[in-house]
Design a protein around this ligand. Structure first.
Ligand code: ADP
Ligand code: ASP
Ligand code: MG
Length: 404
């Protein structure tokens, strides 16, 4: 069987009119003799509305009930797509993840797919049906509904491609592919034709919402090639593939920025072994992800300042944990929510010297102050004041010749 997985994101199924267009895209693949598995996200805005409702009920809403609630949006879009395909004369039906089932592991709200039972879907495909599968959701070993984290339908699609051994996995979205930076944020952004899993994973993790980071990890592990393209216009998109298939003469492939970081500084903590561990242990125990960390030491008084960043959503919880942490002493706690992490990403920096210097110099020339720095083999991130994001993206885009 020549199987293709087609995934549609929220905006692509955002209205009845869009759903009719999506049904036409699906049938165009059926006409090319593909066996089509459809994976759909919820209509745009639906998941956000459901999350809002949970927050109005409680600011500590039970996480297993959260999953039951927020997974509902996918049920609506899948039934509408299947209904439209039926209307057009095709055999199609919706499949909730528990009906297949799609099995997940890990904690509620951010589970990972561990297995998909293939039998029912394969039988359905063999009988000429088009299965329309709910993205974003699964069930755990207690048969409770789970979800895969925001943007998780991407992971559903990639795991379907893996388990059903699909020839292709196409992610249909509201932009024409993966761009050098968010095209809705920066008008000079350019579409990238081919990008490696490694670069895409960094870009996704650092704020390029177009693909969910976990989904790229899954794709890389199983060597699933992904086409990212628009459901609005029929143009060639971006291929996400292994490094070997990517030829590029640029040092930097893309830029990202984040919107929801917060910076905390513990002023005047004791400069002795174990202090940093005592600061971070309760955060780790509460599943709070600490991102960038710097420690400035002063020989005077054997004191130091520890600065770190977290997601702004975790700020309240984090400050509470720090304030009640008896193991640490500090003089002051400074919080800043007006920060953004801007990153440059590219495998080219491994072999090209001077990239860090060029980045810092370009930002300095525009008077942009760097608050925190972190690097990995293929990325450099800096924390800056939020108000400078546009200026920073623009100067870096130019500096690394991404405009052409
Ligand atoms: P979907 O609902 O189809 O899953 P998302 O909203 O999750 O779509 O992702 C698509 C959005 O990702 C685009 O509208 C765009 O604003 C944003 N985006 C951020 N960075 C990039 C990038 N580098 N390339 C393309 N889109 C990006
Ligand atoms: N509907 C879910 C969300 O909004 C999953 C997805 O869009 O991929 O996060
Ligand atoms: Mg998405």
């Amino acid at each position: 069987m020549k199987i293709v997985v087609l995934k549609f994101g929220g905006t692509s199924v955002g209205t009845i009119d869009r759903i009719k267009k999506v049904a036409n895209i699906i049938t165009s693949y059926v006409k090319k003799r593909f066996k089509v598995i459809v994976v759909s996200s919820a209509m745009s805005g639906t998941t956000n509305d459901l999350i809002k409702k949970s927050k109005h009920i409680s600011n500590n809403f039970n996480s297993s009930e959260y999953d039951v609630l927020v997974s509902v949006g996918e049920q609506i879009s899948c039934s509408l797509i299947a209904g439209r395909l039926n209307h057009m004369g095709y055999k199609a039906r919706s499949w909730m993840s528990w009906q297949i089932p799609i099995l997940t592991e890990g904690k509620h709200t951010s589970s990972r797919i561990s297995k998909i039972n293939k039998k029912k879907i394969l039988d359905y495909l063999k009988n000429g049906g088009i299965p329309v599968i709910t993205g974003f959701q699964g069930i755990n070993n207690l048969s409770r509904i789970t979800t895969l984290g925001r943007g998780g339908s991407d992971a559903s699609a990639i795991m379907c491609a893996k388990f059903f051994n699909a020839k292709k996995c196409v992610i249909f979205t509201d932009v024409e592919g993966v761009y050098t930076t968010d095209p809705n944020n920066f008008k000079n952004a350019k579409k990238i034709k081919v990008i490696s899993y490694e670069e895409m994973l960094e870009m996704a993790s650092l704020g390029a919402k177009v693909m969910q980071p976990h989904s790229i990890q899954d794709a890389r592990l199983s060597r699933i090639e992904i086409d990212v393209k628009s459901s609005f216009v029929n143009r060639k998109g971006t291929l996400i593939t292994k490094k070997k298939n990517v030829f590029r003469n640029r040092t930097i492939t893309g830029l990202t920025s984040t919107k929801n970081d917060a910076k905390l500084t513990l002023v005047g903590v004791k400069d002795k072994p174990g202090v940093a561990a005592s600061v971070f242990k309760p955060l780790y125990q509460s599943y709070i992800n600490v991102d960038m960390v710097v420690q400035t030491s002063s020989s005077k008084n054997r004191e130091t300042d520890i600065t770190f960043t977290i997601k702004a959503d975790d700020l309240l919880k984090t400050t509470k944990l720090i304030k009640k942490n008896k193991k640490i002493k500090y003089r002051d706690l400074i919080v800043n929510k007006n920060v953004s992490k801007v990153s440059i990403i590219g495998v080219g920096m491994v072999t090209t010297p001077g990239v860090t210097y060029r980045m810092f110099k370009a930002l300095a020339n525009k008077g942009i102050n760097i608050l925190v720095i972190s690097t990995s083999e293929i990325k450099i991130s800096v924390l800056i004041n939020k108000k400078n994001i546009k200026k920073a993206l623009s100067v870096l885009h130019k500096e690394f010749r991404l405009n052409s």
